[in-house]
Ligand binder design. Structure first.
Ligand code: S3P
Length: 181
């Protein structure tokens, strides 16, 4: 399917381990667009991992760099962007403030499933710091209203990345042709 009229970029939001990068890559392939993972962009700008940035410079420094790269990539057309789990929540109105022609999608995952998916990866400082599913659930609860500002949501629980991508493609096809969220 070719990209839809009026839609210039797609932004995936949601909690850690929701599958934003995996699904984003598939969607970019289906749309014939470029894919960028904003965490990876931050890592390449900084020349170190997200975990190292958090450990060495702190979360607020990470958020500053994240914000800078966000501005740059939201100015591009024909892109699918996977955001980090805190992106939507880090600044009020971030989801609502995306430029015209941007469709935002919330990939839903429960805290328990996020912890299960990420266990042992050691790549997510905030999830590693969450001592229990209850901590992750508390963080998710704080963020839900921000994620919910997306144009639509898709549940990822118990579903493959292929299924989730197919569902998003179907939803995109049903959006009004001149969508300009
Ligand atoms: C974060 C999620 C991570 C990464 C950083 C902070 C968060 O991205 O941006 O560790 O605040 O939820 P993923 O959602 O890709 O794990």
């Amino acid at each position: 399917m070719s990209a839809l009229p009026g839609m210039h970029r797609l932004v995936l939001v949601g909690f850690m381990a929701a599958g934003k990068s995996t699904v984003g890559r598939r969607l970019a392939e289906s749309l014939g667009w470029a894919f960028h993972d904003l965490d990876e962009v931050v890592e390449s700008v900084e020349g170190r991992s997200v975990a190292a940035i958090f450990a060495e410079s702190g979360e607020s420094y990470f958020r500053e760099v994240e914000s800078r790269v966000t501005h740059e990539f939201l100015a591009r057309d024909g892109v699918v962007l996977a955001t980090g789990g805190g992106w939507a929540a880090a600044a009020p109105g971030r989801v609502e403030g995306v430029p015209e022609g941007t469709v935002t999608v919330w990939l839903r995952v429960s805290a328990a499933e996020a912890v299960r998916r990420a266990t042992g990866e050691g790549e997510r400082p905030l999830l590693d710091r969450a001592e229990s599913t209850a901590d992750a659930a508390a963080l998710l609860r704080q963020r839900v209203s921000r994620y919910a500002a997306a144009d639509f949501d898709v549940d990822t629980e118990g579903r493959t990345a292929e299924d989730v991508s197919a569902q998003i493609m179907a939803r995109l096809a049903r959006l009004p042709a001149n969508h300009s969220a």
